[in-house]
Structure formats: structure tokens, C-alpha cells
Design a protein around this ligand. Structure first.
Ligand code: ZN
Length: 299
């Protein structure tokens, strides 16, 4: 089936990471509060919208995951296994059977809600830049100018291990800063607003009524940058105070990126005009990932 078809079934998920509370609270509210649900559904809409919390044990335990990161389980290889090797792999197989399968999706659009400890603002992560996603990005920016569009298309859509790729199309809402395990009002409100805008976009898309707008600024992921470590793998530096919280601000060669524990500044030795994001993200600290880089583009 062509990807230019109508969006019938939309699935909104949260709790893929159990300690990301803006999505968890919002989906709980959509499931239990008619007024909040009514605010999401456009009038005279024929969209079929479902909501689900994905990793309920991780939510109960107030942790990102129990055994393995659930949002890294959705490769075609892992989904092809007859049985799961750990809790999150089992959840992935069950989720894929119910809402996918990834090879022949029954869900037209999967919106997976996350938050980050980094100062990324309300970010929409898209994995493709076809007409649908291009128009979606422009529609989001026109209704929420502070939104950031982040493109992760360095690999083909199906090769991503993200939960949202179980849908025919999949996107992620990634709002920050919000510490793990707690709700901040700005993150909650931005999450709710971006979800409403995405649903309203789908309704207009189906009616061929998306207003045509000019191209908008976006960022394209290029690579991750690691903390400097010693031979034993111990970190030798922290994020430089001048870089902290500067997500999606330009970084040029020679500008500070790390500060050693002795107080020495370590500068960026790389391309000019790069845009750090996920700066100091809590979930990546133990992986020694200091930040990700993007280039600026338009979509
Ligand atoms: Zn997450």
C-alpha cells in the first residue's frame, strides 16, 4: 500500500520509558478524562485514535526500563525472534503483534511520547522527509513556532529500533527539560499541545485540507559525541558550563564543549555550524554519550 494513503488508525503511546512522566500522565488523562480527550479529537473527525501505556512495570518501578531499553527493541531482526529474551523484548513482540506488525502495519500513524532531561524544548522527531512528514513539520511549526523539528533519517525507516516504527508511519514527541520521574508543567502542556496539533494535522491531511505553508527550519541528526574517558573508562570531564542547556544553538570549531575536573576547558575540534542536542541527557550518561550533533536544514 502506498504511504500517501489516508490516516485511519492513530496510536498514541507513552511509558515506553517508564520514568518519562509528561507522556505517562497525558495518556492516563486521555484514558480517563472525557474533557481532555474531547480537546484532542477534532470535530467531525473520522480518525480512529487509541492510547496505550507501553511498559507498565517500568512505570510502576519509576525507571526507564526493567532489563533493556524498550525503544531499542524494534528492529526487524529482534521482532522476527520466536520468543523474547528479556522483559522489554517480550513487550516488543507483544506490541508488534497487537499494533503492527512492522512488516505490514495495521497502525497508520504511531505517535510515541517521550521527554528528555536536556533543554531541547518541544521537539518533534521525524524519521522520514516525504510529503506527509514535510507537511506535518510545517503545520507543527505554524501552530507552535517554538517547536523544534529533528530529522533522524541517517538510516532507512525500517532499520530504526524505535517503537514508533511499528506504525506505517511513526514519530516521537520529545519534550525537555524535564527530570526523570517527575512532571514539569511546561513539559506537560507542550506535550499536550503538540499531540493535539499532530492529530489535527492528520484530520486535515485526510481531508486534503492542510494549509500550504513555506518551508521551515529543521535539524538533521549526524552523530553522537562521547565524553572524554581514561583507559579505565572513567570520565575525565563534564559538559562545559557554556554548553550546558544550549541545545540547538550553533557550535563552531574552537568553542568550549567540556570542562575537565581540574578546570581545563576542552574545545570543539570538528566541523563548524553544528547543533548539539540531547546535551547531558540523563539516560545517555552511563553510555558516555555527552550530546548528539545535528546540521541545520529546511523542510
Ligand atoms: Zn524516552
Amino acid at each position: 500500500m502506498s504511504k500517501s494513503t489516508v490516516i485511519n488508525k492513530v496510536l498514541i503511546t507513552a511509558g515506553t520509558h517508564g520514568n518519562e512522566m509528561s507522556g505517562v500522565e497525558y495518556v492516563r488523562n486521555l484514558q480517563s478524562n472525557e474533557q481532555i480527550l474531547a480537546n484532542l479529537i477534532p470535530k467531525q473527525s473520522e480518525l480512529n485514535i487509541e492510547f496505550t501505556l507501553v511498559n507498565n512495570l517500568a512505570i510502576k518501578n519509576r525507571c526507564r526500563y526493567v532489563e533493556e531499553d524498550l525503544n531499542r527493541q524494534f528492529t526487524l531482526d529482534k521482532l522476527s525472534k520466536p520468543s523474547g529474551e528479556n522483559l522489554e523484548h517480550i513487550l516488543a513482540l507483544e506490541f508488534n503483534a497487537r499494533y503492527g506488525p512492522k512488516t505490514k502495519p495495521s497502525t497508520d500513524l504511531l505517535i510515541d511520547i517521550h521527554n528528555t532531561t536536556s533543554n531541547m524544548g518541544p521537539t518533534l522527531i521525524i524519521l522520514e522527509t516525504d510529503d506527509f512528514h514535510q507537511q506535518m513539520a510545517r503545520y507543527v511549526k505554524s501552530h507552535m513556532p517554538e517547536a523544534v523539528i529533528l530529522i533522524e533519517d541517517h538510516i532507512p525507516y525500517q532499520e530504526h529500533a524505535y517503537l514508533c516504527t511499528v506504525g506505517k508511519r511513526g514519530v516521537m514527541i520529545e519534550v525537555g527539560p524535564q527530570p526523570q520521574g517527575v512532571l514539569r508543567p511546561a513539559a506537560y502542556l507542550q506535550t499536550e499541545q503538540m499531540t493535539q496539533i499532530l492529530v489535527s494535522f492528520c484530520d486535515l491531511w485526510n481531508k486534503s485540507a492542510v494549509p500550504q505553508t513555506d518551508e521551515v527550519e529543521a535539524f538533521r541528526l549526524t552523530k553522537e559525541v562521547k565524553f572524554p574517558v581514561n583507559a579505565e573508562g572513567r570520565k575525565l570531564a563534564m559538559i562545559h558550563p557554556q554548553l550546558q542547556n544550549k541545545d540547538f544553538s550553533v557550535l563552531n570549531n574552537g568553542e568550549p564543549v567540556f570542562q575537565s575536573f581540574e578546570g581545563k576547558t576542552i574545545t570543539w575540534d570538528g566541523d563548524d555550524n553544528v547543533y548539539p542536542h540531547f546535551i547531558g541527557e540523563s539516560a545517555y550518561y552511563h553510555l558516555d554519550v555527552a550530546f548528539a550533533l545535528a546540521t541545520k536544514t529546511v523542510i
